[in-house]
Design a protein around this ligand. Structure first.
Ligand code: BG6
Length: 369
């Protein structure tokens, strides 16, 4: 039931604040720290792991890329992110000290299931992040952390993505508490950040009409580029994927630092480029470098849509449009910055008269390898 919305996707985007809030619910203890009940009794195991490998496909793999930054920072464990199908056939180096974390909305993606089975057969411990109770992948894993995004019907993933990042962050904070790698104050500050995300997403959602106008303006574009850096990089990849999936427009996401190593050759007058701008409160250097990327492509005629935090005026002289996101600690920015890219892809597909819930050639869960 679309509940009055024009599509399941529109409904599911509107449910993103609850997807995050419901995934956090029940996982913060009386001490104000993260205790994931499903992971109780696994402290000893978490004490013995020396690295984490995340396996996933599509949107879920981009959630994994975001999670890598947080988990490495909080736990000091090396985290690698691999596409499930590449991992499975790459003769990966894994042992009993490797924790393989799979991410899957459906819990049925065959490529990811095969990666999990391979990991288990080669002695690794497996943990699944999944949105579907009792699905095959969680059943095949040693442990599971469910995302509570609710059923996702639209083929292209939206609310499950923010719930996956949320679950990875909860897992990272749980692991950091168990392994003693973050102070109680830092653990508490990070969970407070996560708890503030739903209201901030709701604020971003109020800009739907402006983003729809942007989509109309770009409905004839043949290609759209996305740039991001650090945690903004996976958001650039995800923004491009959404546009391919829904609007059948050629779209590419790039690491902003890579621009001068190739992609800048693509910039010609009128080329639309989304830029996920990191907060200057995080790293001034990274912020300055991204603003300088914007200047470089602007000078070559690119049309720039900056996704930047409120009050960041450095982008104003160069951006054709600025979509604002509320202030958040840097690691939490992707949970906000992704929302405009999802709305944009949905609105652009709608402007082209396409079915946003059932894009051509795609299936919600791919149960063949
Ligand atoms: C693809 C879907 O086939 O599978 C994507 O079109 C999804 O939207 C990907 O991200 C992974 O699916 P799942 O269920 O494993 O998260």
């Amino acid at each position: 039931d679309k509940g009055g919305w024009s599509s399941f996707m529109a409904k599911e985007i509107s449910e993103e604040p609850e997807a995050v809030a419901n995934t956090v619910r029940g996982r913060v203890g009386d001490d104000g720290l993260v205790h994931i009940p499903e992971l109780e009794g696994l402290d000893e195991l978490f004490g013995t792991i020396s690295r984490v490998v995340v396996v996933a496909c599509g949107t879920a793999s981009y959630a994994g890329m975001v999670g890598k930054y947080a988990i490495e920072k909080w736990t000091k464990l090396p985290v690698e992110v691999a596409l499930s199908h590449e991992f499975r056939y790459s003769d990966p180096v894994i042992d009993e000290h490797t924790l393989v974390v799979s991410i899957s909305q459906s819990g049925e993606t065959m490529d990811t299931l095969m990666a999990v089975k391979y990991a288990a057969a080669h002695g690794a411990k497996t943990l699944s992040i999944c949105n579907t109770q009792g699905a095959t992948i969680p059943r095949e894993s040693d442990a599971v952390v469910y995302t509570h995004a609710g059923p996702e019907v639209a083929v292209a993933s939206t609310k499950a993505f923010v719930a996956q990042i949320t679950a990875l962050y909860l897992f990272g904070l749980h692991l950091a508490r168990v392994r003693g790698t973050l102070s109680e104050q830092a653990l508490a500050e990070n969970i407070a950040q996560l708890q503030s995300v739903p209201d901030k997403i709701a604020e971003v959602l109020t800009q739907q009409d402006e983003i729809a106008q942007l989509a109309h303006w770009m409905s004839d574009s043949r290609a759209v580029l996305f740039l991001g850096r650090h945690v903004g990089y996976p958001i650039a990849l995800e923004g491009a994927l959404k546009l391919k999936e829904l609007a059948y427009i050629h779209a590419e996401g790039f690491a902003a630092g890579e621009l001068k190593h190739g992609p800048i050759a693509l910039i010609e007058p009128g080329q639309p480029v989304f830029v996920v701008v990191p907060s200057p409160r995080g790293s001034q250097t990274m912020h300055a470098k991204v603003v300088s990327n914007i200047q470089e492509i602007r000078a070559r005629g690119a049309k720039i849509i900056a996704i930047a935090e409120e009050g960041d005026v450095a982008v104003l002289p160069f951006a054709d449009t600025v979509v604002r996101v509320p202030l958040a600690a840097p690691l939490f920015e992707p949970l906000l910055a992704v929302i405009p890219t999802q709305i944009f892809a949905m609105e652009l597909a709608t402007a082209k008269g396409l079915d946003v819930d059932q894009p051509r050639n795609l299936a919600k869960s791919v149960t063949v390898e």
